[in-house]
Ligand binder design. Structure first.
Ligand code: PBG
Length: 323
């Protein structure tokens, strides 16, 4: 006697009935890049199908996101001015602050998350304040907190720090609470690895470091126990959601986190993951839709509750076609 496991794969009907993981458009967060200027919708060369938008062109993309049933977006700003201390990052009239206000006017219900970091805003491209050639942790915390506060004042629903300084979640929670933003939540880039998969993003966001690399603050791809320590610290300091980033090469990290913590988990399927599928499909080597959907499904199966993906719009549209 042997088990006939194939019985439950006989037809689509039974396969659907025993399916363990289901993707929906409600799982996705879509990243949007905003720039200063007028009438700009410029495709990002390394991320086809994704664009830089000026504020006056945001309506089109916000309507699209909404009509596809996507619940949230995460905003990345590309400022027109950079300096040593990233001062345009915490300017109440900075690009992200203006974009948040504009998006809330267009659709007050859309869940608006802001990426909090300094690398797009500093002339040296590092994620914090430099002392010599080192990124000074505690000095950076003061700035990160100010950026978070300015985003909350603009109306952001959720703050997502991606800088990887120690103590940033506590610093942000404290400043938000002191200023009455008790309801504004924090999604922590907790296990953020120092990854080559960020390449296309850095080109898109003009945020590559001008010297050295990010290895003294972002995590070593070799480590998973360290990721659990990072996550635990962030939960202790007040993170509402924890994140693993990148996603595809770090599904084991998502699974470990799922098994250990009850906090909701976001997986960030980063720019390089998107670009690889786009490039492979363009060459005719893989089927874009099937590969993209299988990849997103694997993140949810690994234990992610939320998937941040440049495929959000396509995936939501594909799911709609199949429904
Ligand atoms: C900013 C930031 C980065 C990403 C998100 N926030 C780049 C980096 O850390 O160098 C990467 C996102 C992606 O590759 O899609 N610190």
């Amino acid at each position: 006697m042997f088990n006939r496991n194939r019985r439950l794969r006989e037809r689509k009907e039974i396969r659907d009935l025993v399916k363990e993981t289901v993707l929906t458009s409600k799982d996705f967060i879509y990243p949007i890049f905003v720039v200063e200027g007028n009438n700009i919708k410029e495709e990002i060369p390394s991320m086809p199908g994704n664009y830089h938008y000026s504020l006056d062109r945001l309506e089109e993309i916000i309507d699209k996101v909404t009509s596809l049933g996507i619940r949230g977006i995460i905003l990345f700003g590309i400022p027109s001015y950079k300096d040593e201390i990233g001062s345009s990052a915490y300017d109440d009239n900075g690009i992200v602050q203006k974009a948040v206000r504009k998006i809330k006017e267009l659709n007050k219900d859309l869940w608006v998350i802001t990426d909090v970091c300094m690398c797009q805003y500093t002339s040296h491209g590092h994620c914090g304040i430099l002392k010599g050639s080192r990124v000074d942790n505690d000095e950076t915390l003061k700035y990160i907190a100010q950026i978070a506060l300015s985003h909350a004042k603009a109306g952001a629903d959720m703050i997502a720090p991606s800088d990887m300084m120690d103590g940033r979640i506590q610093a942000i929670r404290d400043i938000l609470d002191e200023n009455g933003f008790l309801h504004v939540s924090i999604m922590a880039y907790s296990a953020k690895y120092s990854s080559a998969f960020y390449g296309p993003f850095r080109e898109a966001a003009h945020s590559a470091p001008q010297f050295g690399d990010r290895k003294s603050y972002q995590m070593d791809p070799a480590n998973i126990r360290e990721a659990m320590r990072e996550i635990e610290c962030d939960i202790d300091e007040g993170a509402d959601i924890i994140m693993v980033k990148p996603a595809l090469s770090y599904l084991d990290v998502i699974r470990w986190a799922r098994d250990r913590y009850d906090t909701p988990i976001a997986a960030y399927s980063v720019s390089g993951e998107y670009a690889m599928i786009k490039a492979g499909a363009k060459l005719g080597f893989i089927n874009e839709k099937q590969v993209a959907m299988e990849m997103l499904l694997s993140m949810k199966r690994a234990g992610a509750d939320i998937i941040i993906t440049y495929y959000a719009l396509d995936a939501a549209a594909w799911l709609k076609e199949e429904a």
